[in-house]
Design a protein around this ligand. Structure first.
Ligand code: GLY
Length: 381
């Protein structure tokens, strides 16, 4: 359905996108040869080289493809292509491949192929999809998340995480592209498992679920990057919200839409008055740590849900998305053009030593949300 934005809402989105694109024009020239993750003293760091496999390494390219779509300036395309090529060392390094192929190769190689028809990019996307499909566990019907053992010596062979819902679109794309249904079948099996094992009755979602890798039985769940087992890590809620929406868009299965809406309703009911999102909806009351990335990702998912409805329900999702985006723009946006980040107060994980810094995917989803609102988005997922 068409998004029924009010005149003032559209004017706000248009102006905020213009301001964002203006800042990014300068930032992207300074960071053209980097793959940024965060900023140090206002300057982008660089994950190129030894850290080519870091899971966020597709988002800078994704920002460049969105800006290329917005402006037509070939500079952005060149920067995106450089980012994409740098990921080839990761594609050739089995031990450093995990389930995050969607995050890495959808905003880079697949975006490139969709925009330009580049066959090398198609090749990269299909190799990444094949490897992701190869992580499927046939007993438990889930895609394995990580490799190795964690710091506590725990075996990850049976671990799946809610974030993977955002990697499934790489599999949907591979089936659409090749006509081979196997990729989609695996994505659907994983989404069904996630629907059954991750989403709680109240619409909140678990971060990590452990299965027995041999029998496929669910063993237990973990709080993961959130506060604790049974808590509600906000970014995890958004991966579920946006991810199930995308599975609906790719399959037409209304069960996924209903699941996405249950998560969305839970999320909306928990948005604080300020519109600023904590790291975990169930963190202790005296902890004030925020995660602006969760606000930006939730906004993207809510806008997609809004597009699937008319009238009051569209307004519910759209108003919630705008509340989140306005709170970010007014209070958590670094508009200083001499510093490289957009969002402030982003957090990787509740139990990390550092909290509330800039993170590239927060910036990516903020830009994507504005592109969606103004009807100019390159659809990445
Ligand atoms: N996908 C990992 C995270 O959201 O931190």
């Amino acid at each position: 359905m068409k998004l029924e934005l009010g005149e003032k809402q559209l004017a706000w989105a248009t102006k905020t996108l213009e301001q964002t694109a203006k800042k990014l024009e300068q930032v992207s020239r300074g960071s053209a040869h980097k793959i940024p993750y965060t900023t140090v003293n206002g300057v982008h760091d660089d994950k190129s080289g030894k850290r080519d496999s870091w899971w966020t390494n597709g988002f800078w390219g994704g920002m460049m493809w969105q800006l290329y779509t917005l402006t037509g300036d070939p500079f952005y395309r060149t920067v995106a292509e450089e980012n994409e090529k740098k990921l080839d060392t990761n594609l050739m390094d089995y031990d450093k491949m995990d389930h995050d192929n969607g995050f890495k190769w959808l905003p880079t190689a697949v975006a490139n192929y969709r925009k330009t028809g580049n066959r090398q990019s198609r090749n990269r996307g299909l190799l990444a999809a094949g490897q992701l499909a190869g992580r499927y566990n046939c007993a438990g019907h889930f895609i394995r998340a990580w490799n190795d053992w964690d710091d506590n010596g725990r075996d990850h062979r049976g671990w799946a995480i809610i974030d993977c819902m955002m990697n499934l679109p790489l599999l949907y794309w591979a089936s659409e592209e090749t006509g081979d249904p196997r990729f989609r079948q695996i994505a659907v099996h994983h989404a069904d498992t996630a629907q059954r094992c991750f989403v709680r009755g109240d619409g909140s979602v678990r971060h990590i679920v452990e299965f027995d890798p041999d029998t496929g039985e669910m063993v237990r769940d973990y709080g993961g990057q959130g506060y604790e087992e049974g808590s509600s890590w906000t970014r995890g809620q958004t991966w579920g919200l946006y991810g199930f929406t995308l599975s609906f868009l790719h399959t037409g299965d209304r069960a996924y839409l209903e699941t996405a809406e249950r998560i969305a309703n839970y999320f909306i009911a928990n948005i604080p008055e300020s519109g600023l999102i904590p790291v975990d909806f169930r963190q202790p009351e005296d902890v004030t740590w925020e995660d602006s990335t969760a606000a930006a990702i939730a906004a993207c998912g809510l806008i997609e849900l809004a597009k699937l409805h008319e009238g009051r329900q569209q307004k519910l999702y759209l108003d919630a998305a705008l509340k989140l985006l306005r709170a970010l723009a007014d209070q958590r946006l670094n508009w200083d053009e001499n510093e490289d980040n957009l969002l402030t107060k982003c957090t990787g994980a509740y139990h990390d030593k550092e909290h509330e810094f800039s993170i590239i995917y927060g910036d990516y989803y903020f830009l994507e949300a504005l592109m969606k609102l103004t009807g100019q988005e390159l659809f990445i997922w």
